[in-house]
Write a protein that binds this ligand. Sequence first.
Ligand SMILES: [Zn+2]
Length: 373
Amino acid sequence: MRYCKKCVIPDTRPGIQIRADGICSACVGHGEKERFIDWDKRRAVFEAIVDEVKRLNKGYDCIVPVSGGKDSTYQVIKCLDYALRVLAVTWKTPARTEVGQYNLDNLVKLGVDHIDYTINPDVERRFMYKTLVKSGDTAIPMHMALYAIPLRLAVALGIPLVIWGESPHLEYGGTEAERNIDTLDLAWFKTHDILQGTSVKDWTDEDLTGKDLAAYRLPGDQEFKTAGIRSLFLGYYFRWDPEENLAISKNHGFRVRAEGPKTGYYDYADIDCDFISIHHYFKWLKFGFTRLFDNLSVEIRNGRMSRKEALKIITERGDQTPYEDIKKLCQFLQISEGHFWQIAESFRNRNIWSQENGRWVIKGFIITDWEWS
Ligand SMILES: [Zn+2]
Protein backbone atom coordinates (compact mmCIF):
# COMPACT_ATOMS: atom_id res chain seq x y z
CA MET A 1 0.00 0.00 0.00
CA ARG A 2 1.15 3.51 -0.78
CA TYR A 3 0.00 6.46 1.32
CA CYS A 4 -0.18 10.13 0.45
CA LYS A 5 2.80 11.94 1.98
CA LYS A 6 0.68 14.89 3.02
CA CYS A 7 -2.53 13.29 4.34
CA VAL A 8 -3.10 9.63 5.39
CA ILE A 9 -5.08 8.35 2.39
CA PRO A 10 -3.88 5.12 0.75
CA ASP A 11 -3.86 4.47 -2.99
CA THR A 12 -6.40 1.69 -2.42
CA ARG A 13 -9.15 4.29 -1.95
CA PRO A 14 -11.37 4.20 -5.03
CA GLY A 15 -10.89 7.26 -7.22
CA ILE A 16 -7.61 8.34 -5.58
CA GLN A 17 -4.47 8.77 -7.60
CA ILE A 18 -1.14 9.33 -5.88
CA ARG A 19 1.24 11.33 -8.07
CA ALA A 20 4.92 10.54 -8.58
CA ASP A 21 5.78 13.14 -5.92
CA GLY A 22 3.68 11.20 -3.37
CA ILE A 23 0.76 13.64 -3.13
CA CYS A 24 -2.80 12.36 -3.61
CA SER A 25 -5.41 13.80 -5.96
CA ALA A 26 -7.56 14.97 -3.00
CA CYS A 27 -4.66 17.03 -1.59
CA VAL A 28 -3.94 18.37 -5.08
CA GLY A 29 -7.62 19.26 -5.45
CA HIS A 30 -7.59 21.01 -2.09
CA GLY A 31 -4.54 23.06 -3.12
CA GLU A 32 -6.37 24.09 -6.29
CA LYS A 33 -9.38 25.05 -4.20
CA GLU A 34 -7.22 27.36 -2.13
CA ARG A 35 -5.09 28.83 -4.92
CA PHE A 36 -6.65 28.60 -8.37
CA ILE A 37 -10.40 28.58 -8.03
CA ASP A 38 -11.97 31.97 -8.47
CA TRP A 39 -14.76 31.64 -5.90
CA ASP A 40 -16.16 35.11 -6.63
CA LYS A 41 -16.62 34.16 -10.24
CA ARG A 42 -18.28 30.86 -9.32
CA ARG A 43 -20.60 32.60 -6.88
CA ALA A 44 -21.61 35.00 -9.64
CA VAL A 45 -22.46 32.05 -11.90
CA PHE A 46 -24.54 30.54 -9.11
CA GLU A 47 -26.36 33.83 -8.60
CA ALA A 48 -27.16 34.02 -12.32
CA ILE A 49 -28.65 30.52 -12.12
CA VAL A 50 -30.70 31.56 -9.08
CA ASP A 51 -32.07 34.59 -10.96
CA GLU A 52 -32.94 32.47 -13.96
CA VAL A 53 -34.74 29.89 -11.83
CA LYS A 54 -36.72 32.56 -10.01
CA ARG A 55 -37.82 34.08 -13.31
CA LEU A 56 -39.28 30.72 -14.33
CA ASN A 57 -41.62 31.23 -11.41
CA LYS A 58 -42.47 27.58 -10.78
CA GLY A 59 -44.14 26.48 -7.56
CA TYR A 60 -40.79 25.53 -6.08
CA ASP A 61 -37.50 26.98 -7.24
CA CYS A 62 -35.41 24.05 -6.14
CA ILE A 63 -35.22 20.68 -4.47
CA VAL A 64 -32.65 20.23 -1.74
CA PRO A 65 -31.99 16.57 -0.96
CA VAL A 66 -31.51 16.39 2.81
CA SER A 67 -30.60 13.69 5.31
CA GLY A 68 -30.67 15.79 8.45
CA GLY A 69 -26.90 16.17 8.60
CA LYS A 70 -25.01 19.43 9.00
CA ASP A 71 -24.48 19.71 5.24
CA SER A 72 -28.22 19.43 4.59
CA THR A 73 -28.84 22.19 7.10
CA TYR A 74 -26.16 24.34 5.46
CA GLN A 75 -27.60 23.73 1.96
CA VAL A 76 -31.04 24.80 3.11
CA ILE A 77 -29.68 27.92 4.82
CA LYS A 78 -27.75 28.87 1.68
CA CYS A 79 -30.87 28.46 -0.50
CA LEU A 80 -32.99 30.45 1.93
CA ASP A 81 -30.33 33.18 1.95
CA TYR A 82 -30.93 33.45 -1.80
CA ALA A 83 -34.69 33.53 -1.17
CA LEU A 84 -35.23 30.32 -3.11
CA ARG A 85 -38.48 28.46 -2.49
CA VAL A 86 -37.22 25.08 -1.33
CA LEU A 87 -38.75 21.63 -1.38
CA ALA A 88 -36.54 19.51 0.88
CA VAL A 89 -36.59 15.78 0.10
CA THR A 90 -35.36 12.94 2.29
CA TRP A 91 -35.00 9.24 1.68
CA LYS A 92 -36.01 7.96 5.09
CA THR A 93 -33.43 5.53 6.38
CA PRO A 94 -34.90 2.55 8.27
CA ALA A 95 -32.26 3.32 10.94
CA ARG A 96 -32.82 6.99 11.57
CA THR A 97 -31.30 8.16 14.84
CA GLU A 98 -32.90 10.42 17.42
CA VAL A 99 -30.48 13.25 16.72
CA GLY A 100 -31.04 12.73 13.00
CA GLN A 101 -34.79 13.20 13.45
CA TYR A 102 -34.20 16.24 15.64
CA ASN A 103 -31.97 17.89 13.04
CA LEU A 104 -34.41 17.12 10.26
CA ASP A 105 -37.30 18.66 12.20
CA ASN A 106 -35.08 21.66 12.91
CA LEU A 107 -34.20 22.04 9.24
CA VAL A 108 -37.86 22.00 8.19
CA LYS A 109 -38.58 24.69 10.76
CA LEU A 110 -36.04 26.94 9.05
CA GLY A 111 -38.83 27.48 6.53
CA VAL A 112 -39.09 24.78 3.88
CA ASP A 113 -41.64 22.22 2.74
CA HIS A 114 -40.45 18.64 3.17
CA ILE A 115 -41.11 15.15 1.85
CA ASP A 116 -39.91 12.28 4.04
CA TYR A 117 -39.96 9.45 1.52
CA THR A 118 -40.30 5.98 3.06
CA ILE A 119 -39.72 2.84 1.04
CA ASN A 120 -41.52 -0.41 1.87
CA PRO A 121 -39.24 -1.86 4.58
CA ASP A 122 -39.59 -5.38 3.23
CA VAL A 123 -38.31 -4.33 -0.20
CA GLU A 124 -35.54 -2.35 1.45
CA ARG A 125 -34.56 -5.33 3.60
CA ARG A 126 -34.35 -7.73 0.66
CA PHE A 127 -32.50 -5.20 -1.50
CA MET A 128 -29.97 -4.40 1.24
CA TYR A 129 -29.31 -8.07 1.89
CA LYS A 130 -28.72 -8.67 -1.78
CA THR A 131 -26.21 -5.82 -2.13
CA LEU A 132 -24.49 -6.93 1.07
CA VAL A 133 -23.97 -10.46 -0.24
CA LYS A 134 -23.04 -9.48 -3.80
CA SER A 135 -21.11 -6.25 -3.28
CA GLY A 136 -20.24 -6.08 0.41
CA ASP A 137 -22.16 -2.83 0.74
CA THR A 138 -25.53 -2.31 2.42
CA ALA A 139 -25.51 1.34 1.34
CA ILE A 140 -26.04 0.79 -2.40
CA PRO A 141 -29.85 0.94 -1.94
CA MET A 142 -29.42 4.00 0.29
CA HIS A 143 -27.28 5.81 -2.27
CA MET A 144 -29.59 4.86 -5.14
CA ALA A 145 -32.63 6.07 -3.23
CA LEU A 146 -31.15 9.30 -2.00
CA TYR A 147 -30.06 10.29 -5.51
CA ALA A 148 -33.02 8.88 -7.43
CA ILE A 149 -35.90 10.19 -5.32
CA PRO A 150 -35.05 13.93 -5.49
CA LEU A 151 -34.14 13.73 -9.18
CA ARG A 152 -37.33 11.88 -10.10
CA LEU A 153 -39.42 14.30 -8.05
CA ALA A 154 -37.74 17.25 -9.80
CA VAL A 155 -38.67 15.76 -13.17
CA ALA A 156 -42.20 14.83 -12.09
CA LEU A 157 -42.98 18.16 -10.43
CA GLY A 158 -41.15 20.29 -12.98
CA ILE A 159 -38.80 21.79 -10.39
CA PRO A 160 -35.93 23.34 -12.37
CA LEU A 161 -33.05 23.01 -9.93
CA VAL A 162 -31.65 20.38 -7.56
CA ILE A 163 -28.96 21.50 -5.15
CA TRP A 164 -26.59 18.85 -3.79
CA GLY A 165 -23.84 19.31 -1.21
CA GLU A 166 -20.12 18.93 -1.82
CA SER A 167 -18.57 17.63 -5.01
CA PRO A 168 -17.08 14.30 -3.87
CA HIS A 169 -14.41 14.38 -6.59
CA LEU A 170 -13.25 17.82 -5.49
CA GLU A 171 -13.23 17.04 -1.77
CA TYR A 172 -12.10 13.40 -1.66
CA GLY A 173 -10.04 12.93 -4.81
CA GLY A 174 -10.76 12.67 -8.51
CA THR A 175 -8.98 13.44 -11.75
CA GLU A 176 -8.56 17.05 -12.82
CA ALA A 177 -11.51 16.74 -15.20
CA GLU A 178 -13.66 15.14 -12.49
CA ARG A 179 -12.81 17.86 -9.99
CA ASN A 180 -14.27 20.40 -12.40
CA ILE A 181 -17.67 18.75 -12.73
CA ASP A 182 -20.48 21.02 -11.47
CA THR A 183 -23.40 18.75 -12.41
CA LEU A 184 -24.68 15.57 -10.82
CA ASP A 185 -26.34 13.67 -13.69
CA LEU A 186 -26.20 10.19 -15.14
CA ALA A 187 -22.77 10.85 -16.64
CA TRP A 188 -21.51 11.73 -13.16
CA PHE A 189 -22.54 8.34 -11.75
CA LYS A 190 -20.26 6.74 -14.35
CA THR A 191 -17.30 8.64 -12.86
CA HIS A 192 -18.06 7.64 -9.27
CA ASP A 193 -18.09 4.25 -7.59
CA ILE A 194 -20.92 5.12 -5.20
CA LEU A 195 -23.35 2.73 -6.91
CA GLN A 196 -20.47 0.40 -7.83
CA GLY A 197 -21.32 0.95 -11.47
CA THR A 198 -24.76 -0.59 -11.04
CA SER A 199 -28.29 0.66 -11.58
CA VAL A 200 -31.69 -0.75 -10.65
CA LYS A 201 -31.81 -3.08 -13.63
CA ASP A 202 -28.67 -4.88 -12.42
CA TRP A 203 -30.47 -5.84 -9.21
CA THR A 204 -33.84 -6.99 -10.54
CA ASP A 205 -34.90 -10.62 -10.78
CA GLU A 206 -38.03 -12.60 -9.88
CA ASP A 207 -37.44 -11.89 -6.19
CA LEU A 208 -37.05 -8.10 -6.62
CA THR A 209 -38.82 -6.85 -9.71
CA GLY A 210 -38.37 -3.52 -11.45
CA LYS A 211 -41.71 -2.48 -9.98
CA ASP A 212 -40.56 -3.34 -6.45
CA LEU A 213 -37.49 -1.16 -6.98
CA ALA A 214 -39.27 1.75 -8.67
CA ALA A 215 -38.24 4.17 -5.92
CA TYR A 216 -34.56 3.52 -6.65
CA ARG A 217 -34.72 4.25 -10.36
CA LEU A 218 -32.88 7.33 -11.60
CA PRO A 219 -34.61 9.32 -14.33
CA GLY A 220 -33.27 8.44 -17.78
CA ASP A 221 -31.01 10.81 -19.73
CA GLN A 222 -33.85 11.81 -22.02
CA GLU A 223 -36.33 12.44 -19.17
CA PHE A 224 -33.70 14.56 -17.53
CA LYS A 225 -32.97 16.63 -20.63
CA THR A 226 -36.60 17.05 -21.64
CA ALA A 227 -37.48 18.31 -18.18
CA GLY A 228 -34.57 20.78 -18.34
CA ILE A 229 -33.48 20.07 -14.78
CA ARG A 230 -30.23 21.48 -13.46
CA SER A 231 -28.65 19.30 -10.79
CA LEU A 232 -25.69 21.07 -9.21
CA PHE A 233 -23.10 20.64 -6.47
CA LEU A 234 -23.19 23.59 -4.10
CA GLY A 235 -19.56 22.71 -3.27
CA TYR A 236 -18.59 23.61 -6.83
CA TYR A 237 -19.80 27.19 -6.36
CA PHE A 238 -18.85 27.80 -2.73
CA ARG A 239 -15.71 26.73 -0.88
CA TRP A 240 -16.66 23.65 1.14
CA ASP A 241 -15.27 23.32 4.66
CA PRO A 242 -17.07 20.93 7.02
CA GLU A 243 -16.13 22.99 10.08
CA GLU A 244 -17.48 26.22 8.58
CA ASN A 245 -20.68 24.50 7.48
CA LEU A 246 -21.03 23.09 10.97
CA ALA A 247 -20.65 26.50 12.63
CA ILE A 248 -23.32 27.99 10.36
CA SER A 249 -25.65 25.02 10.89
CA LYS A 250 -25.16 25.14 14.67
CA ASN A 251 -26.14 28.80 14.65
CA HIS A 252 -29.40 27.64 13.11
CA GLY A 253 -30.18 24.96 15.69
CA PHE A 254 -28.24 21.95 14.39
CA ARG A 255 -27.19 19.51 17.12
CA VAL A 256 -24.11 17.28 17.20
CA ARG A 257 -24.08 13.78 18.69
CA ALA A 258 -23.84 14.18 22.46
CA GLU A 259 -22.09 10.80 22.92
CA GLY A 260 -19.27 11.78 20.55
CA PRO A 261 -18.46 10.51 17.05
CA LYS A 262 -20.41 7.52 15.79
CA THR A 263 -17.75 6.51 13.29
CA GLY A 264 -14.75 8.47 12.11
CA TYR A 265 -13.55 11.64 13.81
CA TYR A 266 -16.51 14.03 13.90
CA ASP A 267 -19.36 14.18 16.41
CA TYR A 268 -21.43 15.86 13.69
CA ALA A 269 -20.94 13.60 10.66
CA ASP A 270 -22.56 10.27 9.80
CA ILE A 271 -24.83 10.70 12.83
CA ASP A 272 -28.30 10.56 11.25
CA CYS A 273 -28.39 6.85 10.32
CA ASP A 274 -27.22 3.84 12.34
CA PHE A 275 -26.31 1.84 9.23
CA ILE A 276 -23.87 4.26 7.60
CA SER A 277 -21.08 3.09 9.92
CA ILE A 278 -21.36 -0.38 8.36
CA HIS A 279 -20.89 1.04 4.88
CA HIS A 280 -17.73 2.72 6.13
CA TYR A 281 -16.57 -0.40 7.98
CA PHE A 282 -16.38 -2.43 4.78
CA LYS A 283 -13.70 -0.04 3.50
CA TRP A 284 -11.47 -1.51 6.18
CA LEU A 285 -11.89 -5.01 4.77
CA LYS A 286 -11.84 -4.00 1.11
CA PHE A 287 -9.31 -1.16 1.01
CA GLY A 288 -7.52 -1.22 4.37
CA PHE A 289 -8.59 2.18 5.68
CA THR A 290 -11.38 3.48 7.93
CA ARG A 291 -13.59 6.54 8.10
CA LEU A 292 -10.99 8.15 10.38
CA PHE A 293 -8.51 8.20 7.46
CA ASP A 294 -11.01 10.19 5.37
CA ASN A 295 -11.96 12.62 8.13
CA LEU A 296 -8.44 13.23 9.43
CA SER A 297 -7.15 13.78 5.89
CA VAL A 298 -9.70 16.59 5.54
CA GLU A 299 -8.44 18.04 8.84
CA ILE A 300 -4.82 17.89 7.61
CA ARG A 301 -5.73 19.54 4.29
CA ASN A 302 -7.53 22.34 6.11
CA GLY A 303 -4.45 22.93 8.26
CA ARG A 304 -6.09 22.00 11.53
CA MET A 305 -3.97 18.92 12.22
CA SER A 306 -0.53 17.50 11.50
CA ARG A 307 -0.05 14.10 9.86
CA LYS A 308 1.64 12.92 13.07
CA GLU A 309 -1.37 13.88 15.19
CA ALA A 310 -3.68 12.11 12.75
CA LEU A 311 -1.67 8.89 13.03
CA LYS A 312 -1.81 9.12 16.83
CA ILE A 313 -5.61 9.44 16.75
CA ILE A 314 -5.94 6.48 14.37
CA THR A 315 -3.76 4.39 16.71
CA GLU A 316 -5.87 5.38 19.73
CA ARG A 317 -9.26 4.75 18.18
CA GLY A 318 -8.47 1.51 16.38
CA ASP A 319 -10.54 0.12 13.52
CA GLN A 320 -13.87 1.37 14.98
CA THR A 321 -15.78 -1.82 14.19
CA PRO A 322 -19.44 -0.76 14.71
CA TYR A 323 -20.61 -3.80 16.69
CA GLU A 324 -23.82 -2.20 17.99
CA ASP A 325 -24.88 -1.04 14.53
CA ILE A 326 -24.07 -4.45 13.06
CA LYS A 327 -26.41 -5.98 15.66
CA LYS A 328 -29.17 -3.58 14.58
CA LEU A 329 -28.54 -4.27 10.93
CA CYS A 330 -28.80 -8.03 11.50
CA GLN A 331 -32.16 -7.52 13.22
CA PHE A 332 -33.37 -5.43 10.31
CA LEU A 333 -32.11 -7.91 7.71
CA GLN A 334 -33.40 -10.83 9.79
CA ILE A 335 -30.06 -12.64 9.68
CA SER A 336 -27.76 -13.93 12.42
CA GLU A 337 -24.59 -12.06 13.34
CA GLY A 338 -22.62 -15.19 12.44
CA HIS A 339 -24.03 -15.00 8.95
CA PHE A 340 -23.14 -11.31 8.71
CA TRP A 341 -19.51 -12.00 9.64
CA GLN A 342 -19.35 -14.83 7.15
CA ILE A 343 -20.42 -12.41 4.43
CA ALA A 344 -18.08 -9.68 5.70
CA GLU A 345 -15.09 -12.06 5.71
CA SER A 346 -15.75 -12.95 2.08
CA PHE A 347 -14.99 -9.31 1.22
CA ARG A 348 -11.64 -9.17 3.00
CA ASN A 349 -9.27 -8.15 0.22
CA ARG A 350 -6.51 -10.78 0.09
CA ASN A 351 -4.31 -8.41 -1.95
CA ILE A 352 -4.04 -6.25 1.16
CA TRP A 353 -4.70 -8.61 4.06
CA SER A 354 -2.63 -11.66 4.91
CA GLN A 355 -2.45 -14.13 7.80
CA GLU A 356 0.37 -13.83 10.31
CA ASN A 357 0.42 -16.02 13.44
CA GLY A 358 -3.30 -16.70 13.06
CA ARG A 359 -4.22 -13.01 12.76
CA TRP A 360 -5.17 -10.89 9.77
CA VAL A 361 -2.65 -8.11 9.13
CA ILE A 362 -2.06 -5.49 6.44
CA LYS A 363 1.55 -5.54 5.25
CA GLY A 364 3.05 -2.06 4.96
CA PHE A 365 0.25 -0.51 7.07
CA ILE A 366 0.72 3.17 7.83
CA ILE A 367 1.01 2.48 11.57
CA THR A 368 3.81 0.04 12.26
CA ASP A 369 2.91 -0.92 15.85
CA TRP A 370 -0.82 -1.44 15.13
CA GLU A 371 -2.51 -4.04 17.33
CA TRP A 372 -4.03 -6.53 14.89
CA SER A 373 -6.99 -8.37 16.35
ZN1 LIG B 1 -3.33 13.47 0.35
